[in-house]
Ligand binder design. Structure first.
Ligand SMILES: Nc1nc2c(ncn2[C@@H]2O[C@H](COP(=O)(O)OP(=O)(O)OP(=O)(O)O)[C@@H](O)[C@H]2O)c(=O)[nH]1
Length: 397
């Protein structure tokens, strides 16, 4: 009897198992299983216009019944080799080129002064000529007067023998340019966050180019840099900046044309913090349509960035060839943002190096960098002694 119950129990289990197996194969249309006996059956859904939400694993379109391809048949994607990342020039050799370029472009200023002061007799007409040279080179009225007064006194007292006139002039020009100003760029991490540099200035002064060149300088110093293309006014400016970045392997955070510059700046700084970058360089738009508009825009960019970390440097880019126009721009920007340093571009194409003195006086902030050409490595730290030596066409003293 016991055997009979056992046989019945085994029979029930077997029947149940077979029924379960048949049911599972039937559901296989909606829940694919691995079928080793042949290719899976492709069943078109009864209604493709169904309102139901797609579920995980659903196809976006009805799969096509394409023949199986082998590795040989498949079109493999072509992988383009990344463009080689350039190695920027070192600071030391930039300075050598700076001196050569300045010596070429600024000769009317330095050598003109030297020639006049080396005359056997320095009369009133000569002093007037000296004044004219300084004013023409955009040194500005007050600094010109100061320099001429000091030169008059020293030349009278110390005599005007050939060599000493050069030394006197050199010393006085260096004093005028002021070697005591702190020209260091504040681009280091602080409190575990990157340094943030806002680059401001009127369009066309060389802002975007300067950001690109500065990225190269920093990369040459082994810093991790992130660029922020907050000049959303001109689409090409964003492209231009991204290209500068790509050349040295630096990422650029960008927004669509016409988007809010402050939000791009915010995202760039956020990315810099997340990526633990050393410095974030933000290019801004500088439309001078009116002071209030500019103040609103730059003020907002700065405020929004500073929700995350303080701005460590605000660099004002000025075109050395624009003379008094550049001074007006400096004044306006100086009132709108706390400029911490000046970048004087296109010094290679101007004989008006005197603007270094004038703009420093006007804003009370130092020229920190100078642009000496359109090339990637044509940006150099501003060094008063090297600058004056270049003006005078001298070897390093
Ligand atoms: N010779 C010379 N040209 C420079 C220098 N810096 C910039 N430039 C050129 O000046 C022109 C304007 O530079 P951009 O960087 O586009 O000026 P921007 O201020 O960013 O102007 P937007 O992009 O319109 O905002 C470009 O042709 C640069 O190559 C420099 O130091 N020397």
């Amino acid at each position: 009897m016991e055997y009979l119950w056992l046989i019945i129990a085994v029979a029930v289990v077997l029947v149940g198992g077979i029924a379960g197996l048949v049911a599972t194969r039937g559901r296989g249309r909606s829940t694919p299983t691995l079928d080793r006996e042949g290719p899976p059956e492709v069943v078109a859904p009864a209604d493709t216009e169904t309102e139901a939400e797609p579920g995980v694993g659903d196809d976006a379109a009805v799969p096509r019944d394409t023949p199986t391809r082998t590795v040989e048949d498949a079109d493999l994607p072509t992988i383009e080799a990344p463009a080689p990342v350039e190695k920027p020039e070192s600071t030391a050799s930039r300075l050598v080129r700076l001196r050569q370029r300045l010596a070429r472009s600024q000769s009317p200023l330095g050598r003109g002064l030297l020639a006049l002061l080396s005359r056997d007799v320095i009369d009133e007409d000569t002093w007037e000529e000296i004044e004219d040279i300084l004013l023409t080179a955009d040194v500005g009225v007050a600094p010109t007067q100061e320099l001429v007064d000091r030169l008059r006194t020293r030349v009278k007292v110390e005599g005007s023998t050939g060599a000493s006139v050069r030394d006197i002039l050199r010393e006085e020009l260096v004093t005028l340019v002021d070697p005591t100003l702190d020209r260091a760029l504040h681009v280091d991490r602080a409190d575990g966050k990157p340094g943030v540099v806002l680059v401001v200035g009127v369009n066309g002064t060389g802002k975007t180019t300067t950001v690109g060149k500065l990225a190269r300088v920093l990369v040459a110093e082994d810093k991790d840099v992130v660029l922020g293309a907050a000049d959303t006014f001109r689409a090409a400016a964003t492209e231009q900046l991204a290209t500068w970045g790509e050349r040295v392997g630096v990422p650029t955070v960008r927004g669509p044309e016409g988007s809010d510059p402050a939000s791009v700046a915010f995202e760039a700084v956020k990315a810099g913090i997340e990526q633990e970058a050393d410095v974030v360089l933000v290019d801004t738009a500088g439309r001078l349509q009116n002071k209030a508009g500019l103040m609103d825009e730059l003020g907002k960019v700065k405020r929004v960035v500073e929700k995350q970390t303080p701005v460590s440097e605000v660099l004002l880019v000025l075109d050395a060839t624009t003379g008094q126009n550049g001074m007006t721009q400096a004044r306006v920007f100086g009132e709108v943002v706390d400029v911490t340093g000046i970048v004087l571009t296109k010094l290679d194409g101007s004989a008006k190096g005197g603007i270094v003195v004038a703009v420093q006086r006007e804003l009370g902030v130092p020229v920190k960098l100078v642009g000496i050409g359109e090339g990637g490595d044509d940006l150099a730290p501003f060094d008063p002694e090297a600058f004056v030596d270049a003006l005078l066409g001298a070897e390093s003293a």
